[in-house]
Design a protein around this ligand. Structure first.
Ligand code: MG
Length: 386
C-alpha cells in the first residue's frame, strides 16, 4: 500500500498580518512549511511527499524547497480545493492508495496522530480526520459586542485539524462530483458531502494552525524544544605545582602564601578549571586550545583574560551561567577565610549573582600530591542555560 503526503501551501495567509504567506515565514528556526515536509520525509510510512505551493512563491524559496530529494512540487490553484485537486492528480499519477492531506501552516505533525489515522484506514474507513474537543465556552457573536447566543452546547463539537487521511479513489470520486463554486473548508467536508464515512480520531494541540501573528511564539514554544532554555553542563580540572614566591592567585585574588604556583600564565588553578568547565559545557575545546601554552603571548597572562574569553563565548551562544561550583583541593593555604573574596571576584568576572557561585575547599588527607603540599588542584562544574 502506497501512502503519499500532500502538503497544501497554496494559501496567501492574509490573516497573519505578515504581508507574505505565513507558511513560508520563519518558524522555530526554519521555514514553517519545512516542519511538515521534514516530518513526512522522515516517516517511512510515506513513500512520497507532494508540496502544493503558492503561485507567487519566490524563486529562491522554491529552489530551497526543491532541494528536498523526492519532494514533488505542484502548483496550487485559485482555491484550497483547486490546490488539493492538483495535489490529488499528481498523487494519482504516482500511484497512491492513501493520501494524507495536510495544511502547511500546521507545523506540529506528530506520529501519534498519524498512527491513529492509519488505524482508521486499516479498519476500512475511506477517510479519517484528527479533531480536538472544545474546551472553552462557545458564543455566537455579531461583531465585537453583540452576543447572539451563549451557553452553546460544546460537548458535541470538535475542532477539525489536519492531516486528513483518505483512500485516494474515494476522495478522487468525491472531487469529481464537486460542483463548481461549492465552498468547503477542507477535504473532509468534501468527503462527507459525497457520502464517504469519515472516522474522527484524537488530534493534538501541536497540530493547531498558526493563523495570526500572535500564534507564532505560542506554537513555537509548544513545537520546538530548541526554543525553550536548555541546560548544558561542563566540568573542568586543573593542577599547578608550588614553586618560589610569596603569593598564589586563586579566582583572580592574590592570596599571600609561603610559596607561589608555577605556570605559564598566572597559574590561577581555580579559574583555569572554571574556564575548562565553561568550554566543556559549550563543547568548544579547552583552555589549552584557546590559549596554547607554547605561545609566548600568554606568558604570565592574567587568567582574567582566559575567563573573559570563555564568558564571551557563552554570550556569543546566547547563554548565561545558571550556577557554578568550584572545589579547590589543597592542604594550604586555608581557603575558608578567603572563600567570600573568591566568590565575590568570580561572580563579578562572570557577571552573575554571588548566590550562583559556590567555592568549596577540601584536602586529600595528606595523600597524593596535594596531600604532600606539592601544589594545588581545582575542580569546577558549570551549568549554562542556553
Ligand atoms: Mg592551568
Amino acid at each position: 500500500m502506497r501512502s503519499i503526503a500532500i502538503i497544501v501551501a497554496g494559501g496567501v495567509g492574509q490573516r497573519s498580518g505578515l504581508g507574505a504567506p505565513k507558511q513560508y515565514a520563519s518558524f522555530g528556526g526554519k521555514m514553517m512549511v519545512k516542519w511538515a515536509i521534514d516530518y513526512f520525509m522522515l516517516d517511512n510510512r510515506f513513500q512520497d511527499v507532494i508540496l502544493v505551493h503558492n503561485e507567487q512563491v519566490r524563486a529562491e524559496i522554491l529552489a530551497a524547497l526543491s532541494a528536498n530529494k523526492g519532494l514533488h512540487l505542484v502548483q496550487g490553484g485559485e482555491t484550497r480545493s483547486a490546490s488539493c485537486r492538483n495535489g490529488l492528480i499528481r498523487a494519482n499519477e504516482i500511484g497512491a492508495d492513501f493520501v494524507f492531506i495536510h495544511d502547511a501552516a500546521r507545523p506540529g505533525v506528530d506520529s501519534g496522530t498519524i498512527d491513529r489515522l492509519f488505524v482508521s484506514l486499516a479498519e476500512g474507513y475511506a477517510g479519517a480526520v484528527p479533531a480536538i474537543a472544545m474546551a472553552d465556552a462557545l458564543w455566537e457573536i455579531d461583531g465585537e459586542t453583540k452576543i447572539l447566543a451563549h451557553g452553546i452546547n460544546r460537548s458535541n463539537k470538535v475542532r477539525v485539524q489536519t492531516p486528513q487521511a483518505f483512500a485516494l479513489p474515494a476522495l478522487l470520486n468525491a472531487y469529481s462530483r464537486l460542483e463548481a463554486g461549492a465552498a468547503f473548508a477542507d477535504d473532509a467536508e468534501i468527503a462527507v458531502n459525497a457520502g464517504i464515512k469519515v472516522a474522527i480520531v484524537e488530534g493534538s494541540p501541536a497540530l493547531d494552525k498558526v493563523t495570526f501573528a500572535s500564534d507564532f511564539a505560542r506554537m513555537e514554544n509548544l513545537i520546538c524544544p530548541q526554543n525553550t532554555p536548555q541546560f548544558r553542563l561542563g566540568m573542568g580540572f586543573d593542577a599547578h605545582k608550588f614553586g618560589d614566591g610569596d603569593f598564589v592567585t586563586l579566582c583572580g585574588v592574590k592570596v599571600p602564601h609561603s610559596r607561589g604556583l608555577i605556570g605559564h600564565s598566572d597559574a590561577d588553578v581555580a579559574w583555569h578549571a572554571l574556564v575548562d568547565a565553561i568550554l566543556g559545557a559549550l563543547a568548544e575545546g579547552d583552555i589549552g586550545r584557546a590559549f596554547p601554552p607554547n605561545d609566548n603571548k600568554w606568558r604570565g597572562a592574567s587568567s582574567e583574560i582566559f575567563l573573559k574569553f570563555a564568558i564571551d563565548r557563552i554570550a556569543a551562544r546566547g547563554g548565561k551561567i545558571a550556577n557554578l561550583d568550584l572545589t579547590i583541593i589543597c592542604e594550604e593555604p586555608k581557603i575558608s577565610p578567603i572563600s567570600a573574596a573568591l566568590v565575590h571576584s568570580t561572580a563579578i568576572a562572570c557577571g552573575i549573582d554571588e548566590s550562583c557561585v559556590s567555592i568549596k575547599a577540601t584536602t586529600t588527607e595528606q595523600m597524593g600530591f596535594t596531600g604532600r603540599k606539592e601544589g594545588i588542584a581545582a575542580q569546577a562544574l558549570v551549568n549554562i542555560s542556553i
